[in-house]
Design a protein around this ligand. Structure first.
Ligand code: HEM
Length: 118
């Protein structure tokens, strides 16, 4: 069974989704402050890993656990929800179907407990 990542066309499409998702996140005043001290390159890596994870792509991540990485950020459920919403909108923008979007969002949901209130 192919992953959603492959179905969408792999890295090339992912790069486009990342750019779009990134614009949505940074335009959102409820979450953009989290990234104000984040350098652009790191930001892009973050979004790329985020999207690749959601789509079942290759795991290129070698850093700390999600709990560790988001420690001290005090991310609230509403922040997490906003990020999930931007992911949904970015995928929809590129014509991803409802079922595939639901699958991607389910995957992201599995990390909620590790990421909020840390
Ligand atoms: C399932 C959801 C998420 C995943 C898979 C994820 C993934 C990651 C990864 C892999 C990194 C490390 C980046 C690196 O060092 O290369 C990171 C850092 C970060 N994440 Fe997330 N993240 C998620 C949700 C969130 C949310 C909801 C927020 C805030 C609203 C957030 C804000 C940040 C920030 C500010 C950093 C640090 C960037 C820096 O070092 O300056 N993340 N995330």
């Amino acid at each position: 069974m192919s992953t959603l990542y492959e179905k969408l066309g792999g890295e090339e499409t992912i790069a486009k989704v990342v750019d779009y998702f990134y614009d949505l996140v940074l335009a959102d005043d409820t979450v953009n402050h989290f990234f104000k001290n984040t350098d652009m390159e790191k930001q892009r890596r973050h979004q790329t890993k985020f999207i690749s994870f959601a789509l079942g792509g290759p795991n290129q991540y070698t850093g700390g656990s999600m709990a560790k990485v988001h420690e001290g950020m005090n991310i609230q459920p509403a922040h997490f929800d906003a990020i999930v919403r931007h992911l949904r909108d970015a995928l929809a923008h590129f014509g991803v179907g409802e079922d595939d979007i639901a699958q991607a969002l389910d995957k992201v949901e599995t990390l909620r407990g590790d990421i909020i209130y840390k």
